[in-house]
Design a protein around this ligand. Structure first.
Ligand code: ZN
Length: 341
């Protein structure tokens, strides 16, 4: 079940904003993005704030400054324009970076990987990674565009048309002797909850499952709690977002497939899709813990005991399908059982 994750690492440097020595091209890109700029020096100028219409106090000529050295950015003294200024900064930075990476063809291959810098200063490293993730997000969504309907069509393992049995397919991701938890959110913590921890074989003997959650980790024999000390191993990392649309999530899952093996996508019947990946190595995990939340994913997913939606179960809190009036299932959208015994 192990996949070689080291072949592709996130840690590829693809643009060094400090390597620029002649700022002429940066000044002209800035000019085309922002309009008129009064240059005070090679790398600094003043301009009309792009969020000036949002200012709540009078605007002055030198309120807004642009710097094109280092990471190019504009800075305005007003607070009320901050969101607008941040947006423009993202655009300015990506335009300049595109230009500078395109003129160095041997670096283009790593263009789609997020920038990361040497970890000499942890805070700086984290800050840069978050900035890179936020800047790259629209680019990644566009480049790896993946419509959920297409994902369904492309599922390597056939999902079939027996919605209330899909949990069986998901259990195919485990070994038969693995002990997994299936239950309601709070079916954990007391000896009476032991019945929610069974081997995969035992679960497969059940005719039907109506409780909605499972957990991507496997447990020690005799477990009755999803607590850390009863977890035997992490089998999967489940990535989800309540903020991204299904299409955005799916596209970012496709990007993540460049460096992690995707095993399943589950449509929760609610706001989110859940992607089940084989766990990243520790170096990747350290970066993903910073990058994924910056892309809009839920940071709770790194908790090994996090309950996740089990497919093949009716989602009780969901509204019935508005067209057909039928209950909504938590369902498999995509599944890859290849190479798993
Ligand atoms: Zn402003």
């Amino acid at each position: 079940m192990k996949v070689d994750l080291n072949r592709t690492s996130l840690t590829k440097l693809d643009w060094n904003p400090d390597s620029c020595e002649d700022f002429e091209s940066r000044r002209s890109i800035a000019q085309s993005v922002l309009g008129g700029i009064t240059w005070e020096s090679d790398e600094e100028g003043h301009l009309k704030c792009p969020g000036q219409h949002l200012h709540t106090s009078p605007s002055h000529k030198k309120d807004c400054t642009i710097f094109v050295d280092g990471v190019p950015n504009i800075f305005c003294f007003h607070q009320s324009c901050r969101e607008e200024v941040a947006k423009i900064n993202q655009l300015l930075k990506s335009e300049i970076r595109d230009e500078e990476t395109i003129t160095h063809p041997n670096e283009i291959t790593t263009r789609e990987k997020l920038v990361s810098l040497p970890r000499t200063e942890p805070n700086r490293f984290e800050y840069d990674l978050i900035t890179a993730a936020k800047t790259d997000k629209p680019y990644l969504i566009k480049k790896y565009n993946w419509d959920p309907a297409d994902a369904f069509e492309e599922s390597p393992t056939s999902i079939g048309d027996n919605p209330n049995q899909e949990w069986r397919l998901l259990l195919g991701l485990y070994e038969k002797t693995d002990i997994i938890w299936i239950g309601k959110e709070y079916s954990s913590g007391k000896p009476e909850h032991a019945k929610h921890f069974k081997t995969v074989s035992e679960w497969l003997d059940c005719e039907k499952i109506i409780v909605p959650f499972t957990c991507p980790s496997i447990f020690k024999p005799g477990s009755y709690s999803r607590s850390k000390d009863q977890i035997l191993a992490q089998r999967y990392l489940v990535v989800e977002s309540d903020d991204l649309s299904h299409e955005e999530s799916c596209s970012l899952f496709k990007w993540m497939r460049q460096f992690m093996r995707l095993r399943a996508i589950i449509n929760t019947g609610g706001k989110s899709l859940h992607a089940w990946f084989e766990p990243p190595n520790s170096e990747q995990e350290a970066e993903l813990r910073i990058i994924l939340p910056a892309l809009g994913f839920d940071s709770a997913m790194f908790r090994l005991s996090q309950p996740c939606r089990l497919p093949g179960v009716v989602r009780l809190d969901a509204q019935k399908d508005p067209l057909l009036g039928l209950p909504v299932y938590q369902s498999l959208l995509w599944l890859d059982l290849e190479g798993i015994a």
